[in-house]
Design a protein around this ligand. Structure first.
Ligand code: 5GP
Ligand code: MN
Length: 359
């Protein structure tokens, strides 16, 4: 495996870990498999090294990740903020994983930003804007978990990786690559997977729980979304799914129930990008995915106060669901110039049209 890091950064990082006994690991709000996998995976490793390590997250861990070893010890800021504040204020070192800007931590951001201790960033999003002593920012990595594993190897800590840590790290690798379908062209991704499986990462459990498991309500909500709430924009090669609060209530929506929904319309031949809007209590959550290097991150930063990766990005819109939809539809054609020159015929099925098709 290639060593990506500068010797100086590794020396600095190791010296910070050696120096501090109390370490907090933290990630972005609405944490996903990579956010929880990287923080919890490193937490287990640091505990094996004799450190008093704790994971502090902005809000709840989704049901699909509750199988992870040690997940019950995670301090959730929305559930018990005095405890989170104590852990952060007593920490000598904070390791921030899987986010590139403070606002991604929501209400936890001020606590982390204002902490005067040493800080390290481990992340794979473009354009990091975070104040810290050591920064490991590698956007070409499939996942923060891949980066974390490489860091562990570069520090000579492989011996401290146990089955719990390996299971957490493999979770991020699997979920951020959508089960090894995107961002996994580097052969080294599979080398890392091999090492984690060698350490007895519970791959079956990860696939069963974090990838496949769903509920009756969630399955019906996702089916409803595709059947009744999907619009195809032929000229822009875009698929849009919009779910209102009423839709969500009808299927007893729980956080995490629409995970992966945005990927589904991307499977239609000829569709280049997919946008999903969900009416959450505090904002309209927007999630986007694309193929052929179509820059959905630009759409999210231009229109939805967000960003992310080139082909997997998200954001938040403050206004009504209808306004969010309109803003997008009005601006959609501006992004047509990024469509590939040669495109597959749009496959709308035998009829050559769908009832929800527009433009
Ligand atoms: P998802 O669609 O799974 O919520 O997010 C996909 C990716 O988009 C995430 O890995 C993250 O990089 C980015 N992302 C999602 N939501 C936001 C957001 O509200 N703000 C920013 N800056 N990035 C986001
Ligand atoms: Mn990630």
């Amino acid at each position: 495996m290639k060593n990506l890091f500068k010797n100086e950064s590794i020396r600095h990082f190791k010296s910070l870990v050696e120096k501090h006994d109390r370490i907090v690991l933290t990630c972005h709000m609405r944490p996903d498999g990579d956010a929880i996998g990287s923080t919890l995976g490193l937490c287990h490793l640091l505990r094996s090294m004799g450190k008093e390590a704790n994971v502090v997250v902005p809000d709840r861990v989704p049901r699909s990740l509750m199988f992870l070893p040690g997940v019950k010890d995670i301090a959730v800021n929305t559930q018990y903020d005095p405890y989170c504040a104590r852990l952060v204020n007593e920490a000598g070192l904070i390791i921030m994983c899987d986010f590139n800007t403070a606002s991604r931590q929501g209400d936890l951001a001020p606590l982390i930003t204002e902490a005067g201790c040493d800080k390290v960033l481990i992340d794979h999003h473009r354009g990091p804007d975070i104040d810290c002593g050591v920064m490991f920012s590698y956007p070409e990595m499939s996942s923060t978990c891949e980066l974390a594993f490489r860091l562990i190897a570069a520090c000579g800590w492989y011996g401290y990786v146990d089955a719990r840590s390996a299971t957490c790290l493999l979770t991020g690798l699997i979920t951020d690559t959508q089960n090894f379908t995107v961002n996994c062209n580097s052969p080294e991704v599979y080398e890392i997977m091999m090492h984690l499986v060698e350490k007895e990462a519970d791959k079956k459990r990860i696939i069963d729980e974090a990838v496949k498991a769903t509920s009756y309500d969630a399955l019906r909500l996702n089916s409803f979304a595709l059947l009744e709430r999907l619009t195809i924009f032929e000229k822009s090669r875009c698929a849009l799914v919009v779910l209102s609060k009423e839709d969500l209530d009808r299927f007893n929506y729980l956080k995490g129930d629409t995970e992966g929904l945005v990927n589904q319309p991307l499977n239609i031949r000829g569709i280049v990008y997919s946008v999903f809007m969900r009416e959450d209590p505090d904002c309209i959550k927007v999630s986007t995915r694309s193929k052929f290097d179509f820059p959905v991150c630009d759409i999210c930063s231009d229109l939805f106060n967000g960003g992310g990766h080139l082909m997997a990005a998200g954001g938040e819109f403050y206004g009504t669901l209808e306004e969010c939809r309109s803003v997008f539809i009005e601006n959609m054609s501006k992004y047509d110039r990024h469509l590939p020159q040669r495109l597959d015929k749009l496959d709308l099925g035998r009829q050559g049209s769908v009832s929800s098709k527009q433009d």
